[in-house]
Write a protein that binds this ligand. Structure first.
Ligand code: FES
Ligand SMILES: [Fe+2]
Length: 327
């Protein structure tokens, strides 16, 4: 795992996008997704005429029709007709963007393309997976850190991910990284005692938390010799105040997650997400403008996630480190 930087953002569930236009936001910019025939398209969701949202129009004859004056744009963004104009249609276009579809998700890469869409550590045949969608008033940095942060679970998720006892174990955490990614590997922790862990994890020995550009926060839980469970969050900053994520829960079909466990797991997982949502929003609303948070030795991933989000190589890429902590 040397270079994981990618510019692909997961923006929608495949099944949510049909021939009706579908608007998504990414970093404050609107995009519209639509299908015509077998093709999937992504355009900037703004008609160049009077800036009406194309997503409020309809798809007709392989083109998207603006709801205001009916200009039609093909999948490449080119204007194909202007109702009422008897002369030739002038050369006008809306920006079109690279779009891909895999594993039930639609990815876009506005601007320069780099790398591949991230499929998740467990995907493809032999894997069972389930997706949840979530939106929270926060920043991508805070949400990614929250997902990967092992030190909040005792408090935010007491009883669910952790047991009610205050027992902690000494854990060795190894932090490594590279261009566009960072990960922390936790060794020495016996199986967690909370409800979710009991249900799913089996004999856990090692777990890994990882961030991959541009917005992947992923956890993997190892059994004796393989990953028993992974959760891959595809996060994106919709606008200054909101982060939307798709959380893919995955496990091996045989003996691992299984369909029944997956069904039981989803509601518990939603409870955990709501607990996180509540604390993230409360912290966000309580933050004075411009205030900088205290970063402590236990916050092993945050500085790297910050660098990666700025497009820089994290320092840990050239200086990996270990720390023993009590979890
Ligand atoms: S605003 Fe789109 S056609 Fe006029
Ligand atoms: Fe959490």
């Amino acid at each position: 795992m040397t270079d994981r930087a990618s510019t692909w953002h997961a923006v929608a569930l495949s099944r949510k996008v049909g021939t009706r236009p579908h608007r998504v936001m990414l970093d404050g910019q609107p995009f519209v997704l639509f299908r015509s025939g077998k093709a999937l398209h992504c355009l900037t969701d703004r008609c160049p005429h009077r800036f009406a949202p194309l997503s409020q129009g309809r798809v007709i004859d392989d083109a998207i029709e603006c709801p205001y004056h009916g200009w039609r744009f093909d999948g490449g963004g080119r204007c194909r007709s202007m109702p009422g104009l008897l002369e030739q249609t002038p050369t006008i276009a809306v920006p079109a963007h690279a779009v891909r579809e895999q594993n039930g998700l639609i990815y876009i890469s506005p601007g320069d393309q780099r790398g591949e869409p991230y499929a998740g550590v467990l995907s493809g045949p032999g894997t069972v997976s389930s997706v949840v969608e979530n939106r929270v008033r926060s920043t991508l940095l805070d949400v990614a850190e929250n997902i990967l942060d092992a030190t909040h679970t005792h408090f935010t998720h007491s009883g669910l991910l952790r047991g009610l006892s205050s027992r902690r174990w000494k854990v060795k955490v190894s932090v490594t990284g590279g261009d566009g990614w960072v990960e922390a590997r936790y060794e020495g922790e016996p199986r967690q005692e909370g409800l979710i862990s009991r249900l799913l994890e089996g004999e856990r020995s090692i777990s890994v938390g990882r961030f991959v550009a541009p917005g992947i926060a992923e956890l993997e839980f190892w059994g004796r010799d393989r990953i028993n469970l992974s959760t891959t969050f595809h996060l994106r900053q919709e606008d200054d105040d909101h982060v939307r994520g798709f959380g893919v829960l995955a496990g091996p079909m045989q003996g691992g997650l299984g369909y029944i466990k997956a069904m039981l797991f989803k509601p518990l997982f939603m409870i955990a997400l709501r607990q996180d949502q509540r604390i993230l929003t409360a912290a966000r609303d309580n933050k004075p403008p411009g205030a900088r948070p205290v970063i402590c030795r236990l916050d092993v991933l945050r500085p790297s996630i910050e660098s990666i989000l700025r497009g820089e190589r994290p320092a840990v890429a050239d200086a990996p480190f270990d720390i023993i902590m009590e979890l």
